[in-house]
Each structure stands twice: as structure tokens, then as C-alpha cells.
Design a protein around this ligand. Structure first.
Ligand SMILES: NC(=O)c1ccc[n+]([C@@H]2O[C@H](COP(=O)([O-])OP(=O)(O)OC[C@H]3O[C@@H](n4cnc5c(N)ncnc54)[C@H](O)[C@@H]3O)[C@@H](O)[C@H]2O)c1
Length: 321
């Protein structure tokens, strides 16, 4: 079967891995729609069946133009301003991208002639907020505490409502802490493991570097390797049991930051210099997922933290050309 698949945010960290996996099936045509604000062309796999369309998900005109050129079988909506801190600093601007754009896309999907086989929305564990009950199941209290989390949850509700009200085939993925190659370490708000990997790389190369630990390093997270996120997204795209439902995607493991630092030190066979700083206000101390619901769909995490970090580190150490 030939399928045309839209990946918004496909030039970004997670989106580019999804594009790569979807593009491996040569009968698929993948349309990457991205404004390159945090993503880059270099992330997009150089494959014949991958087409890049530059555009803004928050422009009704750009979306209309996109849908006038293509009819999609699958849509993975990952484009977002993925920085929680950015949403705190600019709630209105991030709201337009992180929520309004979701409705533009849903409307365009509803209006297209071809029935979409699945519209999958990339949400976040941020919807659970700071409520302390753990692990987080899809039935846990929802109490987002930042504009980012609020917009993710509002978007989720629009997506699932379009499923119920208009019969659109939809599903929602709630990612926990994703890590892996192509994650951008350059902003102070980047994912902690991208920053740690950058420091580890500098240490390995004999440069002077130190990793800043906020708080005591005992904060617990479910760090999930990007390939497992892709596995989960593809399951949500293809399994009927996902209809109009939200699913956690995590690794099923939980680790402290100090555990992670130890894994790096084992991999590098050297100590990573640490600088301890005060815990950041608003940081959640414990967050990890129950992944039972997506396991029922056939999900099976394939990377332990050790295997994932090993792959990430190996990739980071490949010299750039
Ligand atoms: N990385 C994580 O740990 C994590 C956790 C939970 C949820 N998520 C969600 O996963 C998705 C992908 O995140 P990521 O980590 O790959 O971030 P990323 O910043 O690498 O990717 C986002 C992509 O969206 C594009 N984009 C941003 N605004 C756009 C706009 N207005 N129009 C078109 N494209 C636009 C960017 O250029 C980028 O390529 C996001 O929706 C994010 O909120 C990520």
C-alpha cells in the first residue's frame, strides 16, 4: 500500500527519527512540514521518498497550501515549541504554536477528501504536573503547571474530541524524558541528557568541562531512548485499540540523575566533574511512567538506559565533517 504521511516538526530531534523509520518503507512518501525554528535540514534523512515543505503550523495559509498539495493517510503532529521555559517566558506566542496550530491541523484533516487513517498527537508527561502520586498512569490526576503543559493537555482534548465528535481516527502519545542523537544541547533549557552528553564528550576529548547538577542529583525520571518513542508512535498510528485515547510512552525504568552520571562514567572510564547548584524552582523531583497501557498494544522498550546512553555517546563522539 502506498501511503502519504505528514510529520510536522519532522526536522526536529524526535520528528527526524520518526521520518527515518517511516521512510524505510519505500512505498511511503513522507512529507516533513517544519519552519526550522529549532529543527534543521541536516536532521532530515536524505531519502528519495522524504519531501521537505517549509511552513508554519501556526499559519492557516501555510496549512491550507499544504493540504491543497497533498492528501494524507497518516499525520504525526510533533511541531511545537518544546521548551517549557520558553512557554513560561512567552505564554501567548507558545500557545499559538502549541495549541491553536493543533486546531488548524485538525480542521484541515477533517476537511480533506481522503479519510485519515490516524492523526497522532505528540503530548507530554508535563500534563501530569507536580501532583505526587506515582507512577503516572493515564488515569492519574492531570494538573499541568506551565503554559506548555496546559497547551499540551488542551490540544490532547481537542484531538480526542475530534475523534469522538467527527469520527476522526486519532491518538495521543504522552512522552516522558526523551534522549538520543540529534537532541540539541545548545540552550540552557535543553534536555538534561543532551547537556550531560555534551559535557561527557568534552571530558572524553580532554577538554575542561563540568556538569551542573541542580539540587542533590536524586531527582528521578523515566528517560526513554528516541527509537522507543518512534516504536510507540508507529504503534499508535497503526493499532485500532489506540482510537481517541492517550498513552504514556516511557522506558518503564526509573533512574536518578546520579545513576545516569555513573553510567556515563562507566562508559567513558573517567569521572565527570560536577558542580552542584541550588534546585530550580518549579522542578519536579519525581516523575516516571506506568507504560502498561501501551504494552497492551504491543509496545516493548528495546533500550535499557545503559544501551541507550552507549548509542547516544557513540554517536556524539563521531567527528563532524
Ligand atoms: N524531547 C522531549 O523529551 C519531549 C518530551 C515530551 C514531549 N515532547 C514533544 O515532542 C515533540 C518534538 O519535540 P523535540 O524534542 O523533537 O523538539 P524539537 O524542538 O527538536 O522539534 C520541534 C520541531 O518543530 C518545529 N517547529 C516549531 N515551531 C514550528 C512552527 N510554528 N511551524 C512548523 N514547525 C515548527 C521545529 O523547527 C522543530 O523541528 C514536541 O511536540 C514536544 O513538545 C518532547
Amino acid at each position: 500500500m502506498k501511503h502519504t504521511i505528514l510529520v510536522t516538526g519532522g526536522a526536529g530531534f524526535i520528528g527526524s527519527h520518526l521520518v527515518e523509520a517511516l521512510g524505510n518503507k519505500k512505498t511511503n512518501t513522507i512529507i516533513v512540514f517544519d519552519n526550522l525554528s529549532t529543527g534543521s535540514l541536516a536532521n532530515i534523512p536524505n531519502q528519495e521518498n522524504v519531501v521537505f515543505v517549509e511552513g508554519n503550523v501556526h499559519s492557516e495559509e501555510d496549512i491550507a497550501h499544504l493540504f491543497s498539495n497533498f492528501q494524507f493517510d497518516y499525520i504525526y503532529h510533533l511541531a511545537a515549541i518544546a521548551s517549557v521555559a520558553e512557554s513560561v517566558n512567552h505564554p501567548l506566542a507558545t500557545h499559538q504554536v502549541n495549541m491553536d496550530a493543533t486546531i488548524y491541523l485538525l480542521e484541515a484533516t477533517r476537511a480533506q477528501e481522503k479519510t485519515v487513517l490516524k492523526f497522532v498527537f505528540a503530548s507530554s508527561a508535563a500534563v501530569y504536573g507536580a501532583e505526587p502520586t506515582l507512577p503516572k498512569t493515564e488515569l492519574s490526576v492531570i494538573d499541568p503547571i506551565t503554559p506548555y503543559g496546559i497547551d499540551k493537555y488542551a490540544s490532547e482534548k481537542y484531538v480526542t474530541s475530534y475523534g469522538r465528535l467527527y469520527g476522526l481516527n486519532v491518538a495521543v502519545a504522552r512522552f516522558f524524558n526523551v534522549y538520543g542523537p540529534r537532541q540539541n544541547p545548545s540552550s540552557p533549557y535543553s534536555g538534561v541528557l543532551s547537556i550531560l552528553t555534551e559535557v561527557a564528550k568534552q571530558v572524553k576529548q580532554g577538554q575542561e568541562a563540568s556538569f551542573h547538577v541542580f539540587g542533590d542529583g536524586e531527582q528521578v525520571r523515566d528517560f526513554v531512548f528516541v527509537n522507543d518513542i518512534v516504536q510507540g508512535l508507529m504503534l499508535l498510528g497503526t493499532k485500532s485499540g489506540s482510537q481517541a485515547e492517550a498513552f504514556n510512552i516511557g522506558s518503564g525504568e526509573k533512574h536518578t540523575l546520579r545513576d545516569i552520571i555513573t553510567v556515563y562514567e562507566t562508559l567513558l572510564e573517567t569521572k565527570i566533574p560536577l558542580t552542584y547548584c541550588e534546585a530550580r524552582t518549579g522542578d519536579i523531583k519525581y516523575s516516571y511512567a506506568s507504560i502498561e497501557k501501551i504494552i497492551q498494544l504491543g509496545y516493548k522498550p528495546t533500550f535499557t538506559i545503559h544501551q541507550g546512553l552507549e548509542k547516544y555517546m557513540a554517536d556524539a563522539l563521531v567527528p563532524m565533517h
